[in-house]
Design a binder for this molecule. Structure first.
Ligand SMILES: [Zn+2]
Ligand SMILES: [Zn+2]
Length: 343
């Protein structure tokens, strides 16, 4: 069985060919159809972020495939990026996202940059049988790039007519925009890459703004003017920070208005300086989410089935053998959409 392992930080993944393992109790063996490359994988390789299981480890946590052993044998599935145990106190309280015994493929156990993966079968998300191979591979991104912003949308209670302001419109941000549109919100996309913004406009995003070098105050004024002229809501904006940069986070905070809510989706180790009391003064809130509750995955699958996720335009498929080249492309910002590795 071919897999690509991280053996130490700051190096290429190493190709391995090992005999398949025996399946543990409660696990399913899944033949990987596709595995998305996430910013988190890059953080494990180059960012000094430690994986929970010690190296060597197969990375990759955005996985779709076909079950070859287990209860759902023959079924097409998505493997949730964070698999809760279902029995601990946190799971019992209805918040599986903070499960004490959660398992994340490519972090706690070997992940999806491989031909096969063994995963707990409890939370597998079943897909329609009629999906073709290519479409099944593209559905892998639902495991994180789609469901993580969808969870943020749930947390901010986004609804039709709301104004959603998106900061950072790459992989996850692109799907956040499409999801917000699917919910009937008006979207203002902020990024520093014209090409990404234009692509979102082509897919229905109403407004985009290249904020490269722009002062925070000016951005805020432009958004305010836009809301006035278009009769958009002037308060309670729903702000999604997905750049995972201190600049983006400061921007998100500065855009808070009365009743606003901010979702922290992007990750950075850097710190920002903010006046936290603004939350009190504006009756505003900031919410983070670690992945998504597996119970919202079927909704994401339905949104994909409607065509609202535009998976063909927002994912690009590469042979798994090219993984190290794709990682280089991701690092140098050459990827136009979410990369999916296909064994
Ligand atoms: Zn991820
Ligand atoms: Zn649990």
């Amino acid at each position: 069985m071919i897999s690509y392992e991280l053996t130490e930080g700051n190096t290429s993944l190493i190709k391995q060919d090992k005999p398949p393992s025996d399946l543990a109790e409660g696990y399913a063996k899944v033949k990987v159809a596709g595995c998305g490359l996430c910013h988190t994988d890059l953080s494990f390789i180059f960012g000094g972020v430690q994986t929970k299981k010690r190296l060597p480890l197969v990375l990759g946590h955005e996985i779709s495939g076909i079950v070859t052993e287990g209860t759902h044998e023959g079924k097409k599935v998505i493997i949730p990026a964070v698999i809760p145990c279902g029995t601990c106190e946190a799971c019992g309280c209805g918040n599986p996202r903070i499960c004490f015994h959660q398992i994340m493929p490519g972090n706690d156990i070997d992940g999806g940059f491989a031909e096969f993966i063994d995963v707990p079968e409890r939370e597998l998300v079943l897909l329609p049988d009629e999906l073709d191979e290519e479409s099944l591979a593209r559905h892998s991104v639902i495991a994180d790039a789609v469901t993580t912003p969808l969870q943020a949308i749930h947390n901010l209670q986004l609804k039709a007519g709301d104004l959603a302001i998106l900061i950072g419109c790459g992989g996850v941000g692109g799907f956040a925009a499409l999801l917000a549109l699917s919910y009937g919100a008006t979207v203002i996309a902020l990024d520093i890459d014209d090409e990404k913004l234009k692509k979102l406009n082509r897919h229905g995003v109403q407004h985009s703004l290249n904020i490269k070098g722009m002062e925070g105050r000016k951005i805020k004024a432009q958004i305010r003017d836009l809301c006035k002229s278009e009769s958009y809501p002037m308060f309670a904006h729903k702000i999604f920070e997905m750049s995972g940069t201190p600049q983006g986070q400061e921007m998100a905070f500065s855009l808070i208005n009365h009743g606003a809510s901010v979702a922290t989706v992007g990750f950075t180790m850097d710190k920002v300086q903010v006046r936290l009391s603004n939350l009190m003064a504006f009756d505003a809130r900031i919410i983070g989410n670690w992945g998504a509750d597996p119970r919202i995955y079927p909704e994401a699958v339905q949104i994909a089935a409607k065509g609202d996720l535009r998976l063909e335009e927002f994912t690009e498929l590469y042979p798994l053998a090219q993984i190290n080249q794709v990682i280089d492309k991701a690092r140098s910002g050459q990827l136009k959409s979410r990369a999916v590795l296909v064994p």
